[in-house]
Design a protein around this ligand. Structure first.
Ligand code: IMP
Length: 434
């Protein structure tokens, strides 16, 4: 009997930008299909090959591996114009993914109206610091059953639905931003969809067939659990389910397809946009991490807020996703620090210890982190490829993290290049990551 394939999900456990793209890029060489299932071009995955970075927003990071078939599931909201730019950027580097890309006809299309509405909302006092890519409104209209799907461009449905969205957005923003007429939007999108028509199809059926044939599938999460609309720091979240549930709704596959959940976190924490961040460092150490870690958004270029590793956040994310093993990224950014903090709990206003995340955002303002410090290391970890070559203090730090979150670390990244990193001793990820 054929051994069932391992099908792995790579999920961010903090507030995004954990380095999922690097892991997907590394692992994808061993998988036949790589799948995006939620989010849109609010995501920015940077993969570095031979010192050259490529930023991908909607195309799965497996694009760089010629043996990988790339699937964009129905849970994604697609900006077609940006998709063309990504395809072009890849072509310029000699990578043509046209014959190995499948876009679900059920995926919703981001319209200029969604972008206008997103930016209109962000100009008000309730702003949450979105990426301004129209993602929230695109999901909002999907839930309101006003959305436009890729497959709609086959029929008069597209112009009818674009007109409905135009009407809805005009009503909300009440003339404060000029909107292009529906006919023009339709014409433009139609002309962009024609050249990629062959890539549209039934992604659910494709993946189900692949699974039944025993082909291996890698699922690439975008954003992260703390930005999940249900399990994150609502309302300072994105509008999709970035944690495990989104994988099933965004592909139409049953849970038993999945064999492992690979959670990804940085060795510290970052977040962009507004919202709670208990372990944030607003001092020179935070600035040091931002500069050394190049913590500026891939999508918007915004400086990321930086702070210590937060074990409370990680315990929450590991439990929501049922994480089987952790990838700890950017350990090298902490090189040279005298001491390194780990947030192990919180205190409320009255000094009471809190071991879990407050469920409502209003509870966050008054919580204070309980930070424990470990010694830093002087020997740089940058580029290290073997566990035994890590400085003793760095290994101690990683063990402290494991104990605090009760989850095994299976991979450690020590630099942006593909080969800067290591699978930990006895890690199941060794099969894929060497
Ligand atoms: P939206 O997804 O553009 O609506 O933005 C909502 C929140 O999610 C904002 O705080 C964004 O900064 C954040 N966000 C969205 N996508 C990403 C990402 O890929 N990495 C990090 N933060 C993100």
């Amino acid at each position: 009997m054929r051994k069932p394939a391992e099908n792995i999900a790579i999920l961010g456990l903090q507030w995004g930008d954990e380095g999922k793209g690097k892991l997907v890029d590394l692992l994808s060489a061993n998988f036949q299909h790589v799948v995006r299932f939620q989010g849109g071009n609010n995501a920015g995955h940077t993969v570095v090959v031979n010192g050259e970075s490529i930023a991908l927003h909607q195309i799965p990071s497996g694009a760089l591996n010629p043996g990988c078939f790339l699937v964009v599931g129905s849970g994604v909201v697609l900006n077609i114009e940006v998709l063309h730019q990504e395809l072009e950027r890849l072509r310029e580097r000699g990578i043509d993914v046209g014959k190995r890309l499948l876009l679900s006809s059920n995926a919703h299309v981001v319209l200029p109206y969604h972008i206008a509405l997103d930016n209109w909302r962000e100009s008000g006092s309730d702003r949450i610091g979105t990426t301004g890519r129209g993602i929230g409104p695109a999901y909002e209209m999907k839930a309101a059953r006003l959305g436009v799907r890729l497959g709609d461009f086959d029929s008069p449905n597209a112009i009818i639905r674009i007109t409905s969205v135009h009407r809805e957005v005009s009503r909300i923003i009440d003339g404060s931003t000029p909107l292009p007429p529906p006919e023009k939007v339709h014409q433009n999108l139609n002309s962009l969809i024609q050249p990629i028509k062959d890539c549209l199809g039934d992604a659910q059926r494709h993946l189900l067939d692949a699974w039944r044939k025993g082909e291996s599938i890698l699922f690439e999460g975008a954003q992260a659990t703390m930005l999940d609309i249900d399990h994150g720091t609502y309302p300072f979240v994105t509008s999709s389910n970035c944690s495990i549930g989104g994988l099933f709704t965004g592909t139409g596959l049953p849970p038993k397809v999945l064999t492992k959940v690979f959670g990804v976190a940085k060795a510290y924490t970052t977040r962009v946009g507004v919202g709670p961040f208990p372990s944030e460092l607003k001092d020179s150490t935070g600035e040091h991490i931002r500069q050394v870690g190049h913590e500026f958004g891939t999508t918007t270029g915004r400086p990321r807020r930086c702070g210590w590793f937060d074990a409370v956040v990680l315990r929450h994310s590991c439990s929501v996703n049922g994480v089987d093993g952790l990838g700890i990224m950017k350990l090298d950014v902490l090189d040279g620090l005298d001491s390194i903090g780990i947030v192990k709990g919180y205190k409320d206003k009255s000094g009471k210890h809190i071991a879990h995340l407050p469920s409502a955002t209003y509870g966050w303002e008054d919580i204070e982190p309980i930070t424990e410090y470990v010694d830093g290391w002087k020997v740089p970890t940058r580029g290290i490829k073997n566990w035994k070559d890590l400085p003793t203090q760095a290994r101690k730090y990683l063990h402290t993290l494991e104990e605090a979150i009760e989850t095994k670390i299976v991979y450690v990244s020590t630099g942006p290049d593909r080969d800067s990193g290591l699978a930990t001793p006895r890690s199941w990820a060794k099969n894929w990551l060497g």
